[in-house]
Write a protein that binds this ligand. Sequence first.
Ligand SMILES: Cc1cc2nc3c(=O)[nH]c(=O)nc-3n(C[C@H](O)[C@H](O)[C@H](O)COP(=O)(O)OP(=O)(O)OC[C@H]3O[C@@H](n4cnc5c(N)ncnc54)[C@H](O)[C@@H]3O)c2cc1C
Length: 702
Amino acid sequence: MAARTALIVGCGLAGSLLARLLAQAGWRVTVTERRGDPRESGYQGGRSINLALSARGRWGLAAAGLEERTLAQDAIAMRGRMMHSKNSELTFQPYSADLADAIFSVSRGGLNLSLLHAAAEDSKFGGGVEFIFNAACTDINLDERLAYFKSSSNARSWHQTADLIIGADGAFSPVRMAMQRTDRFEFSQSYLGHGYKELRIPHAHDPRLRTRAVRPAAWGDYSMDPNSLHIWPRGGSMMIALPNRDGSFTCTLFWPFAAEQHSFASLTSEKAIAAFFEAEYPDAAALMPDLTNDYIRNPVGSLITVKCGPWYYGDGCVVLGDAAHAIVPFYGQGMNAAFEDCRILAECLANHADQGEALRAFYELRKPNADAIAQMALDNFTEMRDLVGDPEFLYQKKIEQTLHRLYPDELVPQYNLVSFSTTPYATALRRGQELTLLYQRVIALVPRHLLKEIGQEEWVARVRIAAESRAPAGQPPAAQISVKTDAMPRLDELTVAYDISPLLNASTGVWKGDTPLHRRLLSELAKGDSVTLSTLESTVHLGSHADGPNHYVVGGADIAQMPLTHYVGRCQVVSCKVARGARATLADLDGGLESLVCSRILLRTGTFPDHQAWNDDFAALSPSLIEALADRGVITIGIDTPSVDLMSSKDLPAHAAFARRRVAIIEGLTLDAAPDGEYFLSALPLKLDGFDASPIRAVLMK
Ligand SMILES: Cc1cc2nc3c(=O)[nH]c(=O)nc-3n(C[C@H](O)[C@H](O)[C@H](O)COP(=O)(O)OP(=O)(O)OC[C@H]3O[C@@H](n4cnc5c(N)ncnc54)[C@H](O)[C@@H]3O)c2cc1C
């Protein structure tokens, strides 16, 4: 069958990542870009110089095999906000109770170039990517799937067709504009009264720097802590700074366009600029030898929120990234959301034979989440500009972090859900609203002044009591809140992405000596009986199944007694490069221990490919791997082989490790189609009283 063709308009961040993902999936991809080729002419983007990359962006990059490369080549970790007061006092607010959590400053141009190079590599995957630069899309004929172009380097015009036209062409997308002319297309845009302008702090060794204060050695070539996102909140206005890899920082002013004071319109003369910065941002001004030049020369950009729908037209055209949902940058999520879009669109196209269905599924999955992050980004603007310096707000943050530390799984703050997980944005928004109510209740019971009066230890104890005050006895405070954060998304936001159970019939393989499936028909409609009625005889260790501990420990719980949380909830599929007949160790896990973020892990060994043709030499798990996963908080391990021990094993050391660490076992999954990544697992065993296992119907949802 001939490869499907995709025409991506826009070779920005989303366009270049999607090109690689589709090429990997075997599409023939053409990417057109109105600007010149950055590989020849350097990056000419008109937007921010650096961006914050977080979990969702990394998840999108990981699908294209580019996460590690990006982190190694382009990124600087930022572990919290460093607030700068007007008298240059610094306050550090970690982003998370877990200091390993970080967001990453990446160069927009550097990342775009890396993605472009990566997409150009892709002919090796069978698909191919053709780039056409200086090609400005002028219009789309949606019914004919025709895109019209005009060269920006000569007068040439042409048109081009494809099986799928994708608008990755930014907030002012011409592809979306063609959709806007169709019946019942919803569209709204709104500008913020604030704009942005970029300034620069050079590296610490720049000879023009006025103050050469002693810097901590850990700062290296930087004049400020490079592992923080710096904020100068000034109530109604603010400046932020993100580190670059050359020791410099890019600062961005977010100021009103027009106001009497502290606005772009109010500050125009060189003298006034210098004096104003000395007064308002003194520590930064001392590090900006080019301040007045940069301020006068650099443009003021506008900040827009775009909402529209549907994001697709029939089965031939779709928009994503800023073209579908431009948002203001105050949660640092525009690019991250765009990368998440790319991965989910590629998955929808792979999972639905009907292209129109794939586009609809993509839109339905993403639209509520795009609306949610648009709202959170606006809310975060108020927080960053007005609240981060406010003592009451800082007290609320302290309660937030304390409760997160006390209940790491239940009370995950909204910021962490947005930036350090791929929990749907809509869930994060709702959860944040619920948590704010909880924090307010705790503050009412444990007001700020008490902290000084009773000391830290007693204060933490009171916070805990306050948080639990309305919770049912013995349960953490999350129990009183409707959505549990271990990314318990609303089920109506999920669809089944992969069925990971094998077909069960008389030829489904079972362990030597065990009972294969047998169906006895007691009556049959076809024979004139009033119903068809079957009796099933089979081992309970059939196909995909969950083991009860009484299968391998004397006196262990039976399958009906197992807590259901082992089988329903967030899970992660992880590839395990282990040879047939061997036991997998930690070293075999793709991505290593660090990449594991869920408490249910499903391991793909690929060593038992066919349940209808049993092979004895499947792989198993080493006890040390089970111990390491249990140490990381894993409660369930699933595997795509009939057992977690080798076929030849008599002493069953893996089963013993599961018993020791009280981790649940799922065996016999079929994981060949499900790509590595995070899902929502549903794999409930039957409530078979006293039984040592139960078959399960396991599915992965998204
Ligand atoms: C000041 C600022 C700070 C930001 N900070 C962050 C951050 O920290 N973290 C984060 O995640 N996001 C951030 N963002 C948002 C982020 O920049 C965008 O969400 C992201 O760039 C969207 O990617 P995209 O590929 O959809 O669009 P774009 O990056 O805008 O790419 C669109 C591409 O389409 C091309 N194009 C446009 N029109 C045509 C045409 N007619 N024909 C052909 N090609 C065309 C453009 O030249 C461009 O290359 C920030 C944005 C701003 C403005």
